[in-house]
Design a protein around this ligand. Structure first.
Ligand SMILES: *[C@@H]1O[C@H](CO)[C@@H](O)[C@H](O)[C@H]1NC(C)=O
Ligand SMILES: *[C@@H]1O[C@H](CO)[C@@H](O)[C@H](O)[C@H]1NC(C)=O
Ligand SMILES: *[C@@H]1O[C@H](CO)[C@@H](O)[C@H](O)[C@H]1NC(C)=O
Ligand SMILES: *[C@@H]1O[C@H](CO)[C@@H](O)[C@H](O)[C@H]1NC(C)=O
Ligand SMILES: *[C@@H]1O[C@H](CO)[C@@H](O)[C@H](O)[C@H]1NC(C)=O
Ligand SMILES: *[C@@H]1O[C@H](CO)[C@@H](O)[C@H](O)[C@H]1NC(C)=O
Ligand SMILES: *[C@@H]1O[C@H](CO)[C@@H](O)[C@H](O)[C@H]1NC(C)=O
Ligand SMILES: *[C@@H]1O[C@H](CO)[C@@H](O)[C@H](O)[C@H]1NC(C)=O
Ligand SMILES: *[C@@H]1O[C@H](CO)[C@@H](O)[C@H](O)[C@H]1NC(C)=O
Length: 663
């Protein structure tokens, strides 16, 4: 089959000057309205984005299509079929792409880091948008209610999907229907059918891996939705994609569209080639292309690309099978060596518990990174980590430091993170030089860390136990937002399963008492460590400070002591000079004590902590039996809301008067 242009417009209604459909089995020479980074590569595949970051790519059919008889009328039925592939993700892929029907091909002010290249924070959800989209989303953005990092959703004027489902397809065999998961970013081509019935007002979305020909079962999504309010009389159809700080190549290989009819099925043997990172599959794709001259040239080019990729991937280091799975980018030692100027002392930015941390700048992208060396781990642990890294790399939350990639040299593991310009929280809390953090900043940081832990414990597909929550692992981004970092020790568990660890890890002062007995890390041990962080941030003291007076050495004991004596606020950081909201300070200290409860089951969950800090739920009236542990005397304590309700905070410096609850 020749790889030449097959572009045919089909005008069914001769009286109308508007097209009603088209078929592309290659985009070679196609008249598309391309903006951003999108381009048609020489093979004829439409490349929406490359893996630069952050970028937007749009590709629209250049002519308007008629979707209604009149502006007030009912939308016509339509259907579209296309094949896409997402390849070579770095870390986890960007935000994915969408099939779009919109009144314009221009998206002014669209944000390239989110919103699929369609909207921005303020424009998302605006009914004026008149945009219908079906998203193929490869990241989970909990801010817009994404269900997971691999889903399909119906978007009406907003990337907050009206209906969504994890990517999957149905197979009918012997009258039995079975469901099979699909990975959008598997690098394999996936065929999609989107069909709208304007009379029934029913929208069907069907996916299928291209190796299974034709439609094999019911749609993944079959949802009643009336597109008449969204679609105007004349609209453009096309694709939109964006990449965030992490990125991937996104391709459309073929596309057909039809108003008031069924879009033509795409012939899978006829689709253009596209580069993949999995070399072996890439080769079999090439062999399918055939023997025309152009394909021979293409094959040679492809083979050199593949050889280059293989060379680049291994770069003298032997790639093992288990390393070839999808996941965060594996960098070569050479790349990392260059990025850190040969692990130069001047680039040293810290000493983690397990090794040195360097600042680096990636040659290709100019991205600033933090490079952590985890020295002399056992071979087995390195394998384990690499197996987990692809999962850990998928974690995405605004209060987590992003994992960019990794590199391995024998038993030396190197982990590459996003660079955080303001360094770690402990530096701000305990170093005398430089201005102290204000109470407002501290409170925001605590809420950020709580939000990150809540995500790890409850909101991700697996339970992630961080195991090393402490002030020096809380990093601060350019806006002084907290970003929990260092997953070097994190472990993944199935929800509802029992975690098993044999080795006690963590940091003294943050280690829950049961850890030394059972050696088992749990969500409760993370909560305990977070409790220590709460107390540190409020008091400006380390959990253990040997140089202090006997009764002040162990921070939690001292806070407990002050609490019992009704002098809780005595522990507030003197560097705050009294500038804080009493109610918030009390709540933070009180929560800190509660999280530090010696009995794991008595500690609050991260969800509770998060809700209290955000005042989503009223503070409970506490007779502090909650806080009283065996061996500690019972103590009665009134929660802040029940206390005399102080309206003004004391601010001895006189610079700031804060209204409690008000602002
Ligand atoms: C794309 O469409 C916009 C209007 O929507 C137009 O200004 C621009 O010239 C078009 N570009 C191409 C290449 O057709
Ligand atoms: C991505 O495309 C843009 C614009 O065409 C280009 O400047 C950039 O170098 C490309 N990046 C990669 C990694 O190919
Ligand atoms: C549009 O107008 C045509 C011709 O008048 C009619 O057959 C068709 O049913 C109308 N479609 C809708 C959705 O109103
Ligand atoms: C957000 O998008 C709207 C259009 O939807 C645009 O007018 C506005 O300028 C954009 N805002 C920013 C901050 O880019
Ligand atoms: C895009 O959105 C992100 C997160 O919402 C924000 O930090 C960034 O400033 C926005 N960029 C633009 C150009 O509006
Ligand atoms: C979906 O859209 C319909 C209107 O088209 C609306 O009534 C419904 O509440 C939406 N559902 C969600 C979950 O947004
Ligand atoms: C399929 O995906 C869903 C949602 O992500 C998940 O709950 C389920 O365990 C997966 N099933 C298999 C067999 O992988
Ligand atoms: C959508 O799917 C449902 C359920 O399989 C089916 O009954 C209906 O005919 C489909 N509609 C279209 C327009 O494909
Ligand atoms: C394009 O697709 C339509 C159906 O949507 C079909 O009738 C037509 O024959 C196709 N054209 C070509 C050249 O394949």
């Amino acid at each position: 089959m020749l790889l030449q242009t097959v572009v045919l417009f089909l005008a069914i209604t001769l009286s109308s000057s508007y097209d009603t459909g088209f078929n592309y089995s290659s985009f070679h020479g196609a008249n598309l309205n391309l903006t951003g980074v999108s381009e048609v590569i020489p093979s004829g595949a439409l490349q929406l984005t490359n893996n630069s970051q952050p970028v937007i790519g749009h590709a629209f059919y250049p002519n308007l299509l008629q979707f209604k008889n009149s502006s007030k009328g009912n939308a016509f039925s339509f259907s579209t079929a296309f094949v896409f592939a997402i390849t070579r993700p770095i870390v986890s892929p960007g935000s994915g792409f969408a099939f779009v029907i919109s009144p314009s091909t221009q998206f002014e002010g669209a944000n390239s880091t989110q919103y699929l290249g369609l909207f921005n924070l303020t424009g998302n959800g605006d009914p004026e948008n008149q945009v219908f989209a079906v998203e193929f989303d490869t990241t989970q953005n909990i801010d817009v209610g994404d269900i997971d990092g691999n889903h399909v959703g119906i978007d009406l004027n907003s990337v907050r999907s009206n209906v969504s489902a994890s990517a999957a397809y149905y197979l009918t065999e012997d009258h039995k229907i079975t469901k099979h998961n699909l990975s959008l970013k598997s690098e394999d081509p996936i065929q999609v059918w989107i069909e709208y019935d304007g009379t029934e007002k029913l929208l069907n979305i069907t996916l299928s891996p291209i190796r299974i020909p034709g439609r094999t079962g019911p749609p993944l999504i079959s949802s009643r939705v009336d597109l008449s309010p969204i679609l105007q009389k004349y609209m453009y159809v096309g694709f939109s994609a964006s990449t965030g700080i992490v990125a991937s190549y996104q391709y459309i290989l073929g596309w057909s569209f039809m108003i008031n009819g069924r879009a033509q099925n795409l012939d899978s043997s006829d689709l253009p080639w596209y580069p993949r990172s999995k070399s072996i599959k890439g080769l079999s794709m090439v062999s399918k292309i055939g023997i025309s001259l152009s394909s021979i040239i293409l094959a040679i080019a492809a083979i050199s690309v593949i050889l280059y990729l293989v060379w680049k991937r291994t770069d003298g280091e032997i790639a093992e099978d288990w390393e070839l799975a999808n996941g965060p980018h594996r960098f070569s030692y050479k790349e990392i060596f260059m990025a850190t100027k040969g692990f130069h002392e001047e680039e040293l930015i810290g000493f983690g518990g397990f090794g040195k941390v360097y600042k680096g700048v990636m040659r290709d992208s100019g991205l600033q990174v933090a490079v952590k060396q985890v020295a002399h781990e056992s071979e087995e642990r390195v394998r384990e980590f690499v197996a987990e890294i692809s999962s850990i790399g998928k974690l995405q939350h605004r209060n987590l430091v992003r994992l960019i990639g990794w590199c391995k040299q024998k038993t030396k593991l190197i982990i590459i993170y996003e660079y955080m310009p303001h360094g770690s929280l402990d530096k701000y809390l305990f170093h005398e030089d430089g201005p102290p953090l204000s109470w407002k900043q501290r409170h925001k940081i605590l809420k950020g860390v709580a939000s990150a832990l809540l995500y790890l414990h409850e909101q991700w597909e697996q339970v992630v136990i961080h195991r090393d929550v402490k002030a020096s692992n809380v990093l601060l981004d350019a806006e002084m937002n907290a970003r929990l970092g260092d997953f070097g020790l994190a472990r993944l568990y199935e929800h509802g399963s029992n975690s098993q660890t044999t080795r006690v890890v963590g940091t003294i002062g943050y280690l829950a008492p049961e850890m030394s007995l059972t050696g088992k890390a749990t969500t409760e041990t993370d909560v305990f460590a977070y409790g220590a962080v709460l107390l540190e941030v409020a008091s400006g003291r380390r959990p253990i400070s040997p140089q202090r007076l006997q009764k002040q050495v162990i921070l939690v004991d001292w806070v407990w002591e002050c609490f019992k004596n009704g002098k809780l606020l005595d522990v507030a950081d003197p560097r705050l000079e009294g500038c804080f909201e009493i109610e918030e300070m009390t709540m933070v200290l009180w929560l800190g004590l509660w999280c530090s409860h010696p009995v794991p089951d008595a500690r609050p969950s991260m969800r509770q902590v998060y809700q209290y800090l955000n005042r989503d739920v009223p503070f409970p009236e506490i007779s502090a039996t909650k806080l009283a542990a065996p061996g500690m005397e019972n103590f009665h304590y009134l929660a802040p809301h029940a206390s005399s309700h102080t309206e003004l905070s004391i601010c001895s410096a006189g610079t700031e008067i804060l209204l409690s609850g008000g602002r």
